[in-house]
Structure formats: C-alpha cells, structure tokens
Ligand binder design. Structure first.
Ligand code: PHE
Length: 330
C-alpha cells in the first residue's frame, strides 16, 4: 500500500494521476485483487480485513484528490505565468503625424484673413491662357510674361503660374463687393535654393465701388498681417511693377534674423522681400466686365514665409519628405 501512496506523489501531471486512478480501481487493479481475496477469509478476520481495505481505499481516494487539486493549482499557475503580460515593457508605439510646415503656414495665413471676413476661393491647377495671363493684362508676347516662366500644354493650356486666375474666375462669377483669398499650388520651371517647380501662393483681392478701396487700405491691412506673422517688424513698400496692378509695390520686412543690421539672409540690406501688391489695374476690371470699381490685390509665396518662420535655408528640403526635417514640426 505504501508503494501505491508514493506513486501518487510521483505523478506530476493530471493525466498520469488519472491513469493511476483507473489502474488501481480497475478490474485488474489493486483493490479488485485485494477484495477478491476476502472470499478466502471468514468471520472476524474477514470483517477486520474488509474494514482495513475500505479505510485504505478511502485514504487512497483522499490522497488522490489532494494531489489532483494541487496539480490543478500548479497547472493554472503555469498558464498564468506563461500568458502573463509585462505591463512595464515598452509597447509598439505609433508616432503621431503632423502638418507639413508649408500647410501649417498656409493655415495660419488663411486663419488671419478669414478672421477679417475674407472668403477662401479655389480654382483649377491646369488653366487656360485667358485666366492665367490675358485677363490679367498680360496679352500674348507681352514682355512681362517672361517674369513667370511657364509649363505649357497643347491648345493654350498651361499649369497656372500664380493663383491670380482664381481672382479672375471669382470676378467673372460674382459681383462686387469681393473680399477673397485664394491659396494653392502654382508651377514655374525653376529649381535652385529658393525655387522649386511647384510651390504655393496665397493671393488676396478686395473690390468695391470706385473710391471705396484705396492703396492706404492695402497698406494698413498688409502691415497688420505681417506683424501677425513675424512679430514686431518694420514694413516698407517699394514701388514695383506687376501687369495686373497699378500702382504696384513690393513689400519688405526688416530682417528677422539681424533686426535690420545686415546679415547673410538679407544680403546685408537689412530687409527681406515678402509680398507683391498693388491696386487693381483698370484693364483687369475691363476684362471681367466690372465698371466703376476699385480694388487692391496682393500675393505671397507660402514656402518663403515657412522658410523665414522656421529658418529653413534650402527650399528644396521642404519637398524631399525627409522625416528628420518633418519630425521637428510636431
Ligand atoms: N501674381 C503675382 C505673382 O505671382 C503676385 C501678385 C499678386 C502681385 C497680386 C501683385 C498683386 O508674382
């Protein structure tokens, strides 16, 4: 009997234990054989032997159950251990994306003008000669077309060289008063430190009855806008030429790097050119059929603003998709 008790302890899994139980209680097992022997006994001896066997059977069952419970417990613990999650381990983190600096700058500019009640207009990237040039006082063979090298398709179609055609489209479909900006991609075949064949502009246009909109209005709105973008800068208007505005000006801010003292970025002038603008040329109003109107327009390159705001020296790096640059704008 002792040997049987020991064999229970030797079972280290429930399967073996079950096998042992079947074996011991089975027809050919220990207890069947021992109870069979009772036939040969009689009287008190038989009773005593039967009582002893029953006690053994009870003890054996008890031990078996005890072993079973402790094996089950152990097996559960093993499963828990195996499936355990170490909450202190690093997870597979997903890195959050961010707006591209050009888009973030564009949003910031749009936000400003929307707060001044400008509408945001959109137009096609593939334009025709009329909307991109003719209606903007740039007839064919006009030398000023050279200011904007152009990607041409067949049949007078082209990739828009500025967002001004959106102004033309808006004026052709709406009557004054107009107060709009048009952000978007534009295209010119240039490629160097400060030029890429695709870049983004925002242009603005305000039109109302003759005499209502003046160059003074343009000046004040742009000065406020440039201080919103660049902080406490000086703003200067330089006479310039654009075919679609008369008079025209280019706008400079005092260099945000050297505060006007002169450095490499401002080429020692103390000024940075950031905008083109002017009051709308009468020929543009004629082309869209506006009579007795006055207006002003301005245009800026968004990449130039982003480069100045974030001190990015090479425009091309904005379009290389290098995560080391982009991750700095989270
Ligand atoms: N369309 C001009 C450009 O792309 C910018 C501009 C817009 C200048 C409006 C004056 C007025 O160069």
């Amino acid at each position: 009997m002792e040997a049987l008790f020991k064999s229970i302890q030797k079972c280290d899994n429930i399967k073996d234990l079950e096998r042992l139980r079947v074996e011991v209680f089975g027809k050919k097992g220990y207890f069947a054989a021992e109870f069979a022997k009772l036939k040969e006994l009689e009287g008190d001896k038989k009773i005593a032997e039967a009582a002893k066997l029953n006690a053994e059977k009870e003890k054996f069952t008890e031990l078996l159950n005890f072993q079973k419970t402790s094996l089950e417990k152990q097996e559960n613990e093993n499963i828990l251990k195996k499936d355990a999650v170490d909450v202190s381990l690093y997870g597979n983190s997903m890195s959050a994306g961010a707006l591209h600096p050009v888009m973030a700058t564009m949003d910031k500019i749009i936000e400003y003008f929307v707060s001044l009640n400008f509408s945001v207009e959109d137009g096609p990237l593939v334009e025709d000669d009329f909307h991109n040039f003719e209606a903007l006082n740039l007839p064919k063979f006009h030398p000023a077309r050279d200011m904007q090298d152009t990607f041409y398709f067949k049949d007078n179609m082209l990739l828009r060289t500025h967002t001004s055609p959106v102004q033309v489209r808006t004026m052709l479909t709406k009557n004054p008063p107009i107060r709009m900006i048009c952000p978007g991609a534009v295209f010119r075949p240039d490629f160097d430190l400060t030029h890429t064949p695709m870049f983004h502009q925002i242009e603005g246009l305000v039109v109302d009855k003759k005499g209502v909109v003046s160059f003074a209005n343009l000046k004040s709105i742009l000065e406020e806008f440039l201080r919103y973008m660049f902080g406490d800068v000086k703003v200067r208007f330089r006479p310039s030429f654009f075919p679609f505005t008369e008079p025209s000006a280019e706008v400079d801010i005092s260099c945000i790097f050297c505060h006007g003292k002169g450095c490499r970025v401002c080429k020692n002038t103390g000024w940075l050119e950031v905008l083109g603008c002017g009051t709308v040329d009468q020929n543009v109003f004629n082309a869209v059929g506006y009579k007795n109107s006055s207006g002003y327009a301005f245009g800026l390159g968004i990449e130039r603003f982003a480069m100045l705001l974030h001190r990015i020296p090479d425009l091309r790096s904005l379009f290389e998709g290098d995560l080391r640059l982009l991750e700095q704008f989270k």
